[in-house]
Design a protein around this ligand. Structure first.
Ligand code: NAD
Length: 256
């Protein structure tokens, strides 16, 4: 049985993760860490900080909190040789550097999207992108998301750009010469791949990769309707994170 602590355990993702992982036969959620007391899940104990948790009682830490807290989780996991699975997005370059540095001392798996469908749609987008003149990404999320664009949109764009480079293909030039309203064409993620972010109540996490070529278009759409969509991928990472020391981005190697 793998014993898991969830940092950010009172949050929307932390609660969904606690409930989802709790229902699996090979994973036990032993503690929830959060600055706010969470709703109880199973027998999980509540702690206000990871530093209060006994390292002997834990195999893996799962973090769905905020970027500054991820850095503390990485340091704690590296000090105690515990695997760390990071779902939190929006880390700046320095926070990301500190997390990767901690990965020299312990196993860390970080992914911008743990849903299996999203992993597949990123792969499909990278496969298709070299065959089309232009690619744009529309990401749509709930209205309380604090970072934009989504980590998934950035990762998808990077995959598309890399696939185009490998194929020796570049985006067709953007004809826009003047934006009457600044930002209307979205953000340029590189190679002309534009990202547009939508925030609305009622949404969870959705993304469309829209591609266009002569006389045809292709849209790859993924929808996470519920936060349970992320449980399966996190469980995969929890099962593998202690297999090796090192920082791994994405769960592709265990999914497809
Ligand atoms: P949320 O605001 O509902 O939850 C965040 C929780 O972290 C809160 O309960 C907050 O009290 C807690 N927290 C803040 N500071 C803390 C600290 N120092 N120590 C411990 N806990 C602390 O947010 P959410 O919707 O649950 O999203 C959390 C993160 O997960 C976001 O970065 C979001 O983008 C990301 N996310 C990732 C995926 C993925 O598949 N990788 C999917 C969905 C969301």
């Amino acid at each position: 049985m793998l014993r898991v602590v969830i940092v950010g355990g009172a949050g929307r993702m932390g609660q969904a993760m606690a409930q989802g992982l709790h229902e699996l036969d090979d994973i036990a959620v032993v503690a929830l860490v959060d600055v706010h007391p969470p709703r109880e899940v199973g027998d999980a104990e509540y702690y206000p900080a990871l530093a209060d948790v006994s390292p002997q009682s834990v195999d893996v830490v799962v973090d769905f909190s905020i970027p500054s807290s991820v850095v503390l989780s990485a340091d704690w996991c590296a000090s105690h040789s515990k695997g760390l699975v990071i779902g939190t997005t929006g880390l700046d370059a320095e926070q990301r550097r500190l997390v990767e540095e901690a990965g020299v001392r312990t196993g860390i798996v970080m992914a911008s999207n743990f849903s299996i469908g999203a992993v597949l749609s990123e792969r499909f987008a990278a496969m298709a992108a070299p065959y089309f003149d232009r690619v744009e990404i529309i990401e749509l999320h709930h209205d309380r998301k604090v970072d934009a664009p989504s980590g998934t949109a950035l990762t998808t764009a990077q995959g598309i750009i890399a696939a185009r480079q490998r194929a020796g293909r570049q985006s067709a030039p953007d004809p826009t010469q003047r934006e009457t309203l600044a930002g209307t064409r979205g953000a340029d993620a590189g190679d002309g791949v534009r990202i547009h972010a939508v925030r609305l109540p009622g949404l969870v996490a959705h993304q469309e990769v829209v591609m266009g070529g002569p006389g045809e278009g292709l849209t790859i759409r993924h929808d996470s309707y519920e936060r349970t969509s992320f449980v399966q991928g996190v469980a995969v990472a929890v099962r593998h994170v202690n297999d090796q020391v090192g920082f791994i981005f994405g769960i592709e190697r265990w999914v497809v």
